[in-house]
Design a protein. Sequence first.
Length: 247
Amino acid sequence: MRRVSIRFLALGALASLALATSANAATILQFTQANPADFVTATPVGGTTTLTTSSLAFGVSIPVKINNIGGVQQAIPLDAFETFFTFAGAPGGLTSSGAATTMPVGSTTRVDQLYSGTIAITQGVNGTGGNFLTTQFSNADLNGFLGGQSASLDGSRPPQNVLFTSNFALIIPLIAGNPPENFSLSFSNLAPSLTVNGNGTISNFTAQNTGTFATAAVPEPASVVMASLALVAGLGTFGWRRLSSRA
């Protein structure tokens, strides 16, 4: 009986360790566009490409529907606006840094280019009203396949610079203490398809987009992990000694 109890205690310690090391991972916000006639627009000038948000009805902001916020799925999506700003938060959009690179992948060619800027999801147009979530980032990777009609913009801290801010009650505690943060914007229906121009930057296109923003798991300090492992090892040794003493 004690042998069984000790095994369950050891397994419990391992389970607690696994749960502890995966704590603090959370979906912060997910959105979709409200109107497929609104666009993210890529505009190259010289060797730099700028991504901007545009809407026929709302100018520089795209109306979006928030389907998940603070890890809570919304039965009725929240109305919001998506606006791209520069890294400093000024009007202008997300800007590329450095040349686009191409790399053969099987029978296709992958395109990558780094971008920096600010993505604001707010209650009002042009970054006004309540701040559901604002993401400031540098060196996020815009990537897709040459000649394809889809792409994504991916950023993660670490190794890149990604910082979330919000004044929405469900989100504030999830980003307190600056846990590792990441995001991905998915671009679809690129027109024309993804290409690189003669200046070495991504060519012009329009696309619709959706987005996911999240925090990653925060590993426990090494001292906690080692102490947990020592506990499990000690329990195993105790059980062996008890069995040996009965032989």
